[in-house]
Design a protein around this ligand. Structure first.
Ligand SMILES: [Zn+2]
Length: 235
């Protein structure tokens, strides 16, 4: 039981950290699989992402049934259920409303690794799901999961993105990298043609950046900044 509470607390922290970094706004959500089960935890629909608490976190099964918690479910839950169903190794899913990623998608500009923060998404353009409607049905969730494929991120045109990973910390770090990668790409593109990373550059940079000590450092850094901003009280 205390392990579940630890996971809920870490998820509430991640939610506030994503809010502090403005990767989620009044909407957007992050979930984590309860290890070894077909259940997951997620932040609820009505509670501000800036002040979600351990006790607010909801528990769902992969059919989208609420098993625990008093609040309404996030309106785009099928993104989580359908991704967990087809990606057994995925432990955490985040749905972001991240500005710079959305801006690139509005201009049909592919997001291709051209700086170190883009490397963990692999060679080539991050896949884009073209329908801007919110993901309310299992069919839409399946289509988002198909767009994500075996990757760790997909862009939702005009809307945001989905990021999947094997830990809360790793997924959070990827959320940070995705938006920073888009911002760098945008500013560089104002100066002229962008020089993309080669396969070898992507592989070597991703290898270093995907290490757990680096991921933990990113997590600790944003946890500290979020705390300094006053958004970590009463978890
Ligand atoms: Zn959304």
């Amino acid at each position: 039981m205390s392990e579940i509470n630890d996971l809920k607390k870490k998820l509430a922290m991640a939610c506030r950290m994503l809010c502090f970094r403005e990767l989620v706004d009044y909407s957007g959500h992050i979930s984590v699989r309860i290890p070894g089960t077909d259940r997951f935890l997620v932040n609820p629909h009505p509670i501000s992402r800036a002040e979600v608490k351990l006790e607010d976190i909801l528990t769902f099964d992969l059919d989208g049934n609420r098993l625990e918690g008093k609040w309404d479910l996030p309106s785009e839950l099928p993104m989580h259920t359908r991704t967990y169903r087809v990606r057994k190794e995925v432990q955490c899913v985040a749905h972001l409303h991240n500005r710079m990623v959305v801006i690139l998608s509005m201009a049909d500009r592919p997001l291709i690794p051209a700086s170190n923060t883009g490397a963990i998404f692999g060679l080539g353009a991050i896949p884009v799901y073209l329908d801007p409607a919110l993901i309310h049905t299992n069919e839409q969730g399946d289509e988002v999961a198909r767009t994500l494929g075996a990757g760790n991120a997909a862009i939702l045109r005009g809307h945001g993105s989905i990021v999947a990973g094997e830990s809360i910390e790793g997924t959070f770090a990827a959320c940070i990298d995705l938006e920073e990668s888009a911002a760098r790409f945008y500013y560089a593109s104002l100066l002229g043609p962008v020089r993309f990373y080669t396969e070898d550059e992507v592989n070597r940079v991703a290898k270093g950046r995907g290490r757990m000590p680096v991921i933990q450092k990113i997590w600790d850094h944003y946890a500290a900044k979020t705390k300094l901003a006053g958004l970590m009280a009463n978890l």
